[in-house]
Design a protein around this ligand. Structure first.
Ligand code: GLC
Length: 808
């Protein structure tokens, strides 16, 4: 149990129990089967969407956030005397005798008790059918018979979210809800036709596992005037009203009456589902709903769907297991980071309780997420890799934001970024290192048309796509020889230095060096033409020389150059004297001397350290480049302008581990574990989930120092996932096999890792008799000492016992 009795991790179950509903912010969980998605907070707030929250948003959620965290997945228990409460606590807010919420991988559960009645609500997405189950168990522990009314309610949205916001007052005449007697379901039909994929538009339905006693498809009639979800008139009078709409605001509500004798319990499952094709094949779609309902009217079938969901997660999470001396860090490495990486793989930076679901797939964001996904699910990473490469233009640069489910209208206004295409070699490397299957490089992928950023044409191999990315960077180097920043590199606000298009990015030059090294390795292993390899080598040598010549500031690495040729990230500057990214990426890129790189890291720590990670830049900009021309809208200490940008700390840890600076690396890694950061900073200041990384934590230059800002949807998850498993515990896939290269605290005597790799299970136990932080004395595989630190996968099958002895 956490100090403040707010939450407790259950590591066996890979879950968290939450004992306080009115947290400073919603602590959310995602429910999904890969097509139908939702998030739900500890208090039941959240919404569902099918495929994309832009085009198929099923429910509303209020991003302006007052009243906070709603609407959501609401259920009501109404007793005969009118007392009404919710197992999620919200929306009724009736004080309960006992309450807790639990978030598990892919499902959440809420347990409320009032007057001897316990209601347990399990929310999850069925795997084979696109429906969310509100699975309610009601237990009468009192010594009197209870007559109860149960209600489930969802505030339905116009599916196209932006038109709902801007033109909802017209489009409300293009929505219908109706009750289908035969199906005993309330059905919502959204018939605004200028949809990108008309044939996909789904009907949305709600039904119960038994005959509903009443229902509603009319939000305004169900809630009643000047009321809201806390006290719907339909619940108050114990009858939803059986209303439907032919224009207005849709909802789905259902009622089931129960009578429970003392000690009796019952289970009632309401289901909210989608059935695609409802606009053009109405009758067939209704028939499909009928088939779906056969599943959702059978508790066995529902349990089967739930078992399939938990099996998916178990399979994913079991791919890597570890036992290490620090349990807070262990939990983060083996459970919560990979869970968050899955969510990011699905939602990129688009949808959470902070992020309203408008951003589609960020090219670099999804690429980095796939680097994190590849070691557990190379098939998923491969599919996304091929998709991302199909969003690359023939000149080699890539579409910055992709909207695969939202059609061409969303893909307008493409910007050009220095880095997007440069993440793809990393994705390909991660996949190949995991699978060893080079046929990926020969797969044909089309090019994106610059005419509409949507249609594709022709095709070339994956290798050609990657080489075309090199072409783009080579064709767009600035005066100093570094990649032109254009609309930005990884840092979203760095474009302020390159408004005239001449600014250059040293950080991107370092990234280029890393991926050139990866491409050389891939190309050599896959037997690619010598001319390609020569070219890569030439580009690499040129950029390394350039970095050594122009990027060193005397004590640390610079960040770039402005349009005017001024240095960004220099001790001569008033603001932004030092950026941490070029310090860490220089180590990773293998550029400069150890002395330079250690000095860079020392200065990064000296100027930017806080109690819970390093700030991205110091000092934050107040104005730049020409007073009063504002550098950025971000106040000092916020986001990229001086917050602890968590993702960038992942790179710092990689660099520290490469330099063998275990103490610094583990301090930052340990301090940034969300549970530890929350505990150190305090719940009222940190506010956010103790199980999911934030994009950034406000820095000391700002009054709100310590606030975890934009949680869940951040590349931090994938990077911390990789940092923990591959750079600290040091079990890293390479093209030649699994490399063992730990960087651990000196006082660890031993730890173990179990990991699947190319069809075999590696049971790795590491001992550290001499108390070193890095270095291998001996590796035995199934009793045989191997040469070097890379285990040859061709010599392993089934299960491999790997004994590692660390030492000088
Ligand atoms: C946000 C963006 C990401 C960017 C990062 C740093 O996380 O989604 O694309 O790289 O900020 O600016």
């Amino acid at each position: 149990m956490n100090d403040n009795n707010t939450y407790r991790f259950d590591d066996e179950k890979r879950s968290i129990e939450i004992f306080r509903s009115d947290l400073p912010t919603p602590w959310i969980n995602y429910l999904s089967n890969g097509r139908l998605h939702a998030f739900v907070s500890q208090a039941g707030g959240g919404f569902a969407w099918w495929k994309s929250p832009i085009t198929y948003r099923m429910m509303h959620y209020r991003y302006q956030n007052v009243p906070m965290d709603g609407p959501g997945f609401y259920t009501y228990v109404r007793e005969k005397d009118g007392t009404t409460w919710s197992p999620t606590f919200r929306p009724c807010e009736t004080p309960l005798d006992d309450w807790k919420a639990e978030h598990h991988p892919g499902w959440s559960q809420f347990t409320g008790t009032k007057n001897g009645v316990t209601a347990k609500l399990k929310l999850f997405c069925a795997m084979d059918t696109d429906a969310i189950c509100y699975d309610l168990e009601i237990i009468n522990n009192s010594n009197e018979e209870k007559e109860l009314d149960l209600f489930a309610y969802a505030d339905l949205a116009q599916l196209e979210w932006t038109t709902d916001l801007f033109y909802g007052y017209y489009i409300q005449s293009q929505v219908t809800t109706f009750y289908d007697e035969e199906l005993d379901a309330i059905i919502y039909r959204y018939q605004h036709t200028p949809q990108p994929f008309v044939e996909d538009v789904p009907l949305i339905w709600m039904a119960a596992d038994r005959k509903m006693d009443s229902w509603s498809g009319d939000r305004d009639k169900f809630l009643g005037p000047y009321r809201y979800e806390q006290n719907p008139i339909g619940v108050e009078r114990g009858d939803c009203g059986n209303d439907t709409i032919e224009c207005g605001h849709p909802c789905a509500a259902g009622q089931v009456k129960l009578t429970l004798k003392p000690g009796e319990s019952d289970r009632v499952v309401f289901t909210l589902g989608v059935a695609p094709g409802g606009l053009i094949k109405h009758k067939e779609t209704l028939a499909n709903i009928k088939t779906d309902l056969e599943t959702f009217r059978s508790h066995d079938a529902i349990d089967g769907q739930f078992a399939k969901l938990t099996a998916w997660w178990d399979n994913h999470l079991n791919k890597f297991d570890c036992s290490i001396p620090n349990k807070d860090i262990e939990r983060q490495i083996k459970t919560w980071s990979p869970i968050q990486t899955v969510h990011n793989g699905r939602y990129s930076r688009s949808t959470s309780w902070h992020a309203p679901g408008y951003r589609g797939f960020g090219y670099r964001d999804t690429a980095t997420d796939m680097v994190g996904v590849a070691y557990r699910d190379p098939k998923w990473a491969t599919d996304m890799c091929l998709y991302l490469l199909s969003q690359q233009f023939e000149d080699g640069h890539a579409l910055h934001t992709c909207y695969p489910e939202d059609g061409p209208a969303m893909s307008r206004g493409a910007s050009k970024h220095a880095d997007d295409h440069l993440w793809m070699p990393m994705v390909v490397y991660a996949i190949l290192a995991e699978t060893g299957d080079y046929s990926l490089l020969d797969q044909e992928v089309p090019w994106l048309s610059p005419e509409d950023n949507w249609t594709t044409f022709g095709s070339d191999s994956v290798w050609t796509h990657l080489m075309r990315g090199v072409d783009f960077t080579e064709n767009n180097l600035g005066e100093k020889g570094f990649p032109l920043t254009f609309d930005g590199d990884w840092n979203d606000i760095i474009l302020r230095f390159s408004r005239a298009g001449k600014g250059e990015s040293i950080f991107c030059g370092q990234q280029y060096v890393i991926i050139l090294r990866q491409l050389l390795e891939i190309g050599a292993a896959a037997g690619k033409p010598q001319a390609d390899l020569d070219r890569l080598r030439h580009c690499l040598d040129k950029m390394v020389l350039n970095l050594e010549t122009h990027a060193w500031d005397g004590e640390y690495w610079r960040r770039g150059f402005t349009d005017e040729g001024d240095i960004v990230g220099t001790k001569e500057a008033e603001y932004g004297k030092i950026f941490i990214n070029p310090q860490s990426w220089s180590v990773w890129a293998g550029v400069g001397t150890d002395a330079q790189n250690n000095s860079g890291m020392d200065n990064a720590i000296k100027y930017t350290a806080t109690d819970f990670g390093l700030r991205l830049v110091y000092p934050g900009f107040k104005t730049y480049p020409h007073d009063p021309d504002p550098f950025t809208g971000y106040n000092p200490g916020c986001a990229e302008n001086g917050a602890v940008f968590c993702q960038a700390n992942g790179w710092v840890i990689i660099a520290l581990s490469k330099l063998g600076r275990s103490e610094d690396a583990w301090k930052i890694f340990g301090d940034m574990v969300p549970h530890t950061a929350l505990t150190k900073i305090g719940l009222e200041r940190y506010e956010a989930e103790p199980y999911a990384y934030a994009s950034n934590i406000i820095g000391p230059e700002n009054k709100r120092h310590g606030w975890a800002n934009v949680t869940q949807v951040t590349g931090t998850a994938a990077w911390m996932d990789l940092v923990g498993t591959q750079y600290l515990l040091g079990v890293r896939p390479t093209l030649n096999g699994l490399e063992i290269d730990p960087c651990i605290p000196a006082d660890w005597k031993e730890y173990s890792v179990t990991r699947e790799y190319r069809g075999a299970t590696y049971k790795i136990s590491v001992s550290n008799p001499d108390g070193v932080v890095k270095g291998i004395k001996e590796i035995k595989v199934n009793g045989q000492i191997i040469k070097g630190q890379v285990i040859d996968p061709t010599a392993v099958s089934g299960e491999a016992a790997v004994e590692v002895v660390m030492g000088a």
